[in-house]
Design a protein around this ligand. Structure first.
Ligand code: FAD
Length: 449
């Protein structure tokens, strides 16, 4: 009689550097891979459209890779705590392993499941794999969470170096009769009526092998211009690894060590540090996506959003070239360059006076890298309500930003060619007036603090 080990895959759709998978292999019993689509447990945020597209393809790749090595990926849908326990029982599993998540609803599910499995006599064990420094391991001298990035990252760097990545297993023994699995198609993760994913298909190939290729390409060819050109949207100088990290097709440990080995350090690693800081912040402030981190911002008098303005922003029809280019890049590819994310977010919040939460939701739905921590963290950063945030009164001027970061209008010509034509589209607001209105509204926050 065997007592298989279940590896519950979540935001770690890879085989390399997967401590939960390693633990399962070390148990010397057959391995069952499991992914649960949980759209029922309380507090779990439903995935956005672009994320669902990515998930479909990444799961396809993971299933194939597990099959090639002798194992299987079982797909189940429902409240994760119940679904995992059920599979463990039905498969006669002796152990369940997973890599840790850091959002509160996810942690609640995982803690309850661990207790339930252990009560039933199973081994249930979790591992650190998705962040370099687990949130509770980094604290200020007085034991509180960090609220400023620079000392946070300095404290991380003073900790022992992140562990070396684990090698990818070449063989993963499976069970002789795989438990029943949902058909991935039945989850309907791909858009159909209409199929808006053509641009995503053109730009991305989800899955671990393509992620590894991109990391290699970035480290050997593209990273030399990173420090100088990472703020230039047309330069193609950044790593494009964000969806790979979001879905865990690469671990941060792999990226860290391979970058150091390739001599790519400082600035690039410190960007990974922002990702760590976002998770640190979310761990300590679980409501980051819905509540102002700085509570004095609760006094901000958001007017009722103008639906015309909101849809002009979403569709890239504001009449401001870099904003329109960014929003169209997002819609077509599920990605937007970081500098342009900052400019488009600032425009929504400070020129259209629309609540950052509404912008955060749009990004959540449209980004392939939409991340439980980084998205809300960065929206709050732009709004001024977040951790170590840009002050509210520092309002980006989208025209000056375009001049500075896209001086030859290359990025604009690529994504919003009508803006470099003879009849550019009209601007929906006056920058000067809206700036004034935003600063006036901000007085209420100043009064509250
Ligand atoms: P690189 O410059 O190559 O950076 C390497 C990695 O560092 C990235 O892949 C990412 O994991 C991390 N990183 C870089 N900058 C940041 C940052 N500011 N915050 C957190 N991590 C960072 N990033 C997401 O991964 N998911 C999101 O949902 C997300 N939403 C954002 C929303 C707004 C309004 C803004 C301003 C930024 C957002 N970012 C988000 C951060 C950043 O824009 C992206 O991580 C970056 O553009 C990804 O491109 P890259 O992989 O080429 O970045």
């Amino acid at each position: 009689m065997t007592s298989p080990s279940i590896v519950w895959f979540r935001d770690d759709l890879r085989l390399a550097d997967h401590p939960a998978l390693r633990a399962a292999l070390d148990r010397d019993e057959p391995v069952i891979g499991l992914y649960v689509l949980d759209d029922e447990s309380p507090g779990i945020r439903p995935l956005g459209g672009a994320a669902r597209w990515w998930l479909h393809h990444s799961l396809t790749s993971l299933a194939e890779r597990l099959r090639e090595r002798g194992s299987t990926l079982v797909l189940r849908r429902g409240p994760a705590e119940k679904v995992v326990a059920e599979l463990a029982r039905d498969a006669g599993a002796g152990a369940v392993f997973w890599n840790r998540r850091y959002g509160q609803p996810e942690r609640d599910i995982d803690a309850a499941l661990k207790t339930a499995l252990r009560d039933d006599g199973l081994t249930a064990q979790s591992f650190a794999a998705s962040v370099l420094f687990e949130p509770w391991t980094v604290a200020t001298g007085s034991g509180t969470p960090y609220s400023v990035y620079t000392p946070f990252w300095r404290a991380c760097l003073a900790l022992p170096t992140p562990r070396e990545p684990l090698p990818e297993p070449l063989s993963i023994p499976g069970v002789s009769k795989a438990p029943p699995s949902d058909d991935l198609e039945s989850w309907e993760l791909l858009p159909q009526h209409p199929d808006w994913a053509a641009g995503l298909r053109e730009m991305w190939e989800p899955g671990e092998p393509a992620a590894r290729r991109r990391l290699h390409e970035f480290l050997t060819e593209d990273s030399s211009s990173y420090e100088a050109a990472r703020n230039t949207p047309s330069a193609g100088a950044t790593s494009l690894l964000s969806p790979r990290l979001r879905w865990g097709e690469l671990s941060p440990h792999t990226i860290w060590h391979e970058s150091v080995q390739a001599g790519v350090g400082g600035m690039f690693l410190s960007e990974l540090g922002w990702r760590e800081f976002a998770w640190h912040t979310l761990f300590h402030f679980p409501d980051l996506a819905t509540k102002n981190l700085r509570r004095d911002f609760d006094a901000f008098p958001w007017p009722t959003p103008d639906p015309e303005h909101l849809s002009a922003w979403q569709q890239g029809r504001t009449g401001f070239a870099i904003v329109d280019a960014g929003m169209r890049e997002l819609w077509q590819t599920g990605y937007m360059h970081n500098r342009v994310r900052m400019v488009t977010a600032s425009f929504l919040i400070k020129n259209l006076l629309i609540d950052w939460r509404i912008g955060e939701e749009w990004f959540w739905d449209t980004l392939v890298d939409a991340d439980g921590a980084s998205n809300s963290f960065n929206w709050q950063w732009v709004a001024g309500s977040g951790a170590d945030a840009a002050p509210y009164f520092r309002i980006f001027n989208p025209e000056l930003q375009a001049k500075k970061f896209d001086p030859a209008s290359r990025y604009i010509a690529e994504w919003a060619p009508d803006h470099v034509s003879d009849s550019p589209p009209p601007q929906i607001v006056d920058l000067g007036e809206t700036r004034k209105a935003a600063l006036q509204a901000y007085e209420a926050v100043k009064g509250a603090s």
